[in-house]
Design a protein around this ligand. Structure first.
Ligand code: NAD
Ligand code: ZN
Length: 387
């Protein structure tokens, strides 16, 4: 089959690879009908994540049709249409039973290696580093889904792939990001990053009762989408001092909730503007957006970090975090806990997530699609590919 494979920094190729096969009674094989590129894929594309191997099949946002099931998979049958969560969970460990599915203790076959390298062992994700399981991803014609008796969400309504696909990651991720900001009715919520995760964080903040949402980025098309499609007030961080502007907009209090939908990119590494912008500048490699959040958040407020970090960061404003009594919540999304309810919001016409799609490609053009999405060029906000 054809699949998008990683060969090094900025080197991804559509290659012929062996078709996936059932390896366990709880596996299923899915024929992929739609797949997307995520900001998390960019950390791999930009060479920020350890544990990648040449030839790895990428992709963790996908949906499709069941073609084969293992003997223990009784909830699915051939022909079923499913959206697959990007996090892999066994469904019966302590963490899965606590509905903290992205912390599953059993999904990562390389947990011991990961602990030796990272000091902790993350659960498995599709199409990610070998430290996170090395499970081949879904930017491919077919994919093997482990624990298929637990993860895939069956859809029976006739909504299009484009309307349903983002249940595989970014819609639940934006929703959990807003949930983690502990929004009280009328709160002001600020969102750093207007990529796909930021866009769904904005929508979700409104759903959860925010009175005001402020979105921060520098890409004009992304700020425009936040403003025009989701009613956010916007700050272009290349044109304004984010910290000063946020305080001015909130009578000096700062936002009640702050969401970091940027992640590793927000370290400001290699960005000459970063030093100038940070309200807590002076230290090398300072976590720019994180410190802006800490410094500007209202005392006693909430920080939510869906953004993915790929290493430690220096210069983190821990003193202010502590003195301001800020609460922090983070994590890969507990997908299985959110997907069914968010599917209902689509079926009830409360949201049509396809508004975010700006580019459509054949899987065979995936290398070009990665280049555009990474450069945030041509108004590219979200790319969907069809095998
Ligand atoms: P993206 O790269 O498309 O968007 C990031 C946006 O942040 C860009 O528009 C960029 O211009 C903006 N940005 C960069 N530096 C900034 C700064 N200092 N201040 C404000 N904005 C800044 O990525 P995405 O797909 O939206 O994903 C965002 C983050 O969420 C990534 O780190 C990704 O890995 C992570 N993610 C996490 C989960 C999870 O489960 N927690 C799931 C999916 C994605
Ligand atoms: Zn993703």
């Amino acid at each position: 089959m054809k699949a998008l494979t990683w060969h090094g920094t900025h080197d991804v190729r559509v290659d012929n690879v062996p078709d996936p096969e059932l390896q366990d009674a709880r596996d299923a094989i899915i024929r992929v009908t739609a797949t997307a590129i995520c900001g998390s894929d960019l950390h791999l594309y930009n060479g920020l994540m350890a544990g990648m191997q040449s030839g790895d099949v990428l992709g963790h946002e996908f949906m499709g049709e069941v073609v084969e099931t293992g003997s223990a998979v009784s909830n699915l049958k051939k022909g079923d249409r499913v959206v697959v969560p990007f996090t892999i969970a066994c469904g019966d460990c302590f963490f899965c039973n606590s509905r903290l599915y992205s912390l599953c203790d059993n999904s990562n076959p390389n947990a011991e290696d990961a602990a030796a390298v990272m000091g902790h062992s993350p659960s498995a994700l599709f199409g990610y580093s070998h430290l996170l399981g090395g499970i081949p991803g879904g930017q491919a014609e077919y994919v093997r889904v482990p624990y298929a008796d637990v993860g895939p969400l069956k859809v029976e309504s006739d909504f299009s792939d484009e309307q349903l696909l983002f249940l595989s990651d970014i819609y639940p991720t934006g929703y959990m990001a807003a949930d983690n900001a502990d929004i009280s009715p009328g709160d002001t919520v600020a969102v750093w990053g207007c990529g796909p995760v930021g866009q769904f964080s904005i929508r979700s903040a409104w759903m959860l009762g925010a009175g005001r949402v402020i979105a921060i980025d520098r890409v004009p098309e992304r700020l425009k989408m936040a403003e025009e499609k989701s009613g956010a007030e916007v700050i272009n961080f290349e044109q304004e001092n984010v910290y000063e502007r946020l305080l001015e907009m909130t009578k000096g209090y700062g936002p009640d909730g702050c969401i970091d939908a940027v992640g590793a990119e927000a370290h400001g590494q290699g960005d000459p503007e970063a030093e100038r912008r940070s309200p807590d500048s002076g230290e090398a490699n300072h976590p720019l957006a994180l410190n802006e959040m800490i410094m500007s958040c209202r005392k006693g407020g909430h920080l939510s970090l869906p953004g993915v970090y790929t290493d430690k960061v220096d210069g983190f404003a821990i003193q202010a975090l502590m003195n301001k009594s800020l609460a922090v919540k983070s994590g890969q999304t507990h997908m299985h806990a959110y997907m069914p309810a968010l599917l209902r919001t689509i079926e009830q016409d409360l949201i049509d997530p396809s508004y975010i799609i700006t580019h459509r490609h054949k899987l065979s053009d995936a290398a070009k699609a990665y280049e555009h999405f990474n450069a945030k060029q041509d108004g590219c906000i979200k790319v969907v590919m069809t095998p």
